[in-house]
Design a protein around this ligand. Sequence first.
Ligand code: NAD
Ligand code: USQ
Length: 404
Amino acid sequence: PDADAPDAGKGQRVMIIGGDGYCGWATALHLSKRGYAVSIVDNLCRRTMDDQLGFNSLSPIKGIHERVRRWKEVTGLDIDLFVGDVCDYEFLGAAFKKFNPTSCVHFGEQRSAPYSMMDRSRAVFTQTNNVMGTINVLYAIKEFAPDCHMVKLGTMGEYGTPNIDIEEGYITITHNGRTDTLPYPKQGGSFYHLSKCHDSANMLFCTKAWQLSCTDLNQGVVYGLSTDECDMHPDLVNRYDYDAVFGTALNRFVIQASVGHPMTVYGKGGQTRGFLNIKDTVRCIQIACDNPAPKGDMKIYNQFTEQFSVNELAAMITEAGQKVGLNPEVITVPNPRTELEEHYYNAKNSKLQDLGLDPILMRGEFLETLLKQIMEYKDRVDQRLILPGVNWKESSSIATTMSK
Ligand code: NAD
Ligand code: USQ
């Protein structure tokens, strides 16, 4: 079957929690275009956090109501909108009853590691929002849509950086002569990453206890701006974060190179992570929705396509930048995080490819194209937001204001 056919998703009803965010918005449009009935659930808290901290998306994003209206004008397709908090069970239950999803894709969490380390209240908010939201989704499925497949965004950071190969979710261990397949050990490196470890444990428990259908996607760091659907109209443009709290490694380096700010490698730069293009994020979610997990048996996939160290990213952007007339530089910033700066890293990622993902790799002209695309917005960059202001060791109970 053609995954890009306009009726590829016929019969599927996908609720996208966090559908106003970076991954969620692109996914909502991707699935809507392919014939899935789509609804977005979002409380817009991410926009509030940006306002509170003085951040802006590099790309000028429209409000969610305007986005959805424009999508209908451009394509004739409807996206249902439920504005509310998944931690509010009455709201979530009502949305489930009204929309009756066959899949529920859960992106709707506080997703920044630095935000979660700003101070005690943000640490508590991150874990309350994320862990409680996921428990509510599990109860809503059990109560209102027991056949609904939960597709939950986890993170590669749940595994940390162990000195052995990282498997996809489970590892078979022989200990004192006995063998079992167990959840792979989790070592989150921030209160955010730990919230995902707690989510995974809660999901695994509910999957077994209530015979639910659940897939946990341990996603790597996402990069890029374009998807075919977000490119259809300027009002559909996706968000692109570059500040030191919500901006992620490659996306930040691309902007830094574009505005002549040296690329901010934290510490030695040997930190290695899995990465994927936003165009692959949306395809991975489609694959997950099309392949529901058997009830009672939680599937876990590692959702990234390539692994790079921070130094390797900076070197690739230096090379690509020179080809488009820039002169990218690198500085070493004292590492604000507590993490290994040189380590072994070899994570498996074959399961999504076995289900049909044909990865888009970060080679050829991709980085040059992204640099050119980002340079168009460079007047919107506030360079004061680039250097990190959140230090893991200094996180305290005194509320941080971030004003510089
Ligand atoms: P984002 O901040 O752009 O989007 C998250 C959305 O969820 C926001 O629109 C926010 O308003 C909403 N939200 C948060 N809490 C909510 C709640 N309680 N109720 C309703 N809506 C709520 O983040 P993103 O980059 O799109 O990430 C989406 C998911 O993917 C997150 O779970 C994140 O942990 C995961 N992830 C992201 C990346 C990445 O590189 N961006 C990598 C791996 C995993
Ligand atoms: N880093 C730098 N310089 C920077 C920014 C980051 O050297 O300017 C380094 C960090 O120290 C870290 C690595 O790059 O070692 C990755 O940092 P990041 O900010 O790109 O990613 P992270 O904090 O892990 O979080 C992001 C998303 C999160 C997601 C995670 C996937 O915000 O939602 O879960 O990527 S993963 O890293 O696989 O856990």
